[in-house]
Design a protein around this ligand. Structure first.
Ligand code: IMP
Length: 183
């Protein structure tokens, strides 16, 4: 297994670029079928979803539009803070639209729940959630994710858009924390 050492934390390769791209083909197919005849608007949650988002939309074969919202929920840490701050809102009018909110990872579920409630205020025709990763054991509240790439254990992950202190988003694979620095 390929390992990376960051600040004395050891990360091991967890999902390869090939495994991710194969799963994205399946997800794209499912979304294409579910939205046949509609023009959904995909709202990417910046910054983490940017790589997943751009790969996923190219696997969606029906007409679609895109927009972005930028939030932060982790403050320089490897644990969920529960605090969601909106830095950039969507520009499109979502009223009457079929909206797909695209997340990189759902951990505690606090961010996605906040975003769902926020977007519902625009009265979309429908609102579904897509997330590349889901950590089911971490859920702090009840929520639903409609399309999940991979369910993963609670360990902190980086790469393919996911950061550690804003870095390592450019790794092609996803790496999981296997040994955490203790001092
Ligand atoms: P939640 O509100 O706890 O569900 O956290 C969601 C957000 O926290 C995600 O959109 C990520 O930006 C960040 N996050 C959660 N888990 C991880 C992780 O393992 N690595 C990197 N970022 C994470």
């Amino acid at each position: 297994m390929e390992k990376i050492k960051i600040d004395n934390n050891i990360f091991g390769e967890f999902l390869s670029a090939k495994e991710i791209s194969e799963r994205l083909v399946e997800m794209g197919k499912e979304i294409t079928e579910d939205y046949a005849g509609k023009t959904p608007i995909l709202v990417g949650v910046l910054n983490g979803s940017v790589i997943f988002f751009s790969d996923l939309i190219r696997e969606i074969k029906c007409d679609c539009e895109i927009d972005f919202i930028r939030v932060s929920s982790y403050e320089k840490a490897m644990r969920s803070s529960g605090i969601v701050k909106v830095h950039k809102d969507v520009n499109s009018n979502l009223e009457g639209r079929h909206v797909l909110l695209v997340e990189d990872i759902v951990d505690s579920g606090l961010s996605v729940t906040y975003l769902r409630e926020k977007l519902l205020k625009s009265n979309p025709a429908s609102l579904k959630i897509v997330s590349l990763l889901l950590k089911p054991e971490q859920a702090k509240i009840d929520f639903e994710v409609d399309y999940v790439g991979f369910e993963i254990p609670p360990a902190f992950v980086i790469g393919y858009g996911l950061d550690y202190e804003q870095k390592y988003r450019n790794l092609k694979a996803i790496y999981s924390l296997i040994e955490e620095r203790t001092v």
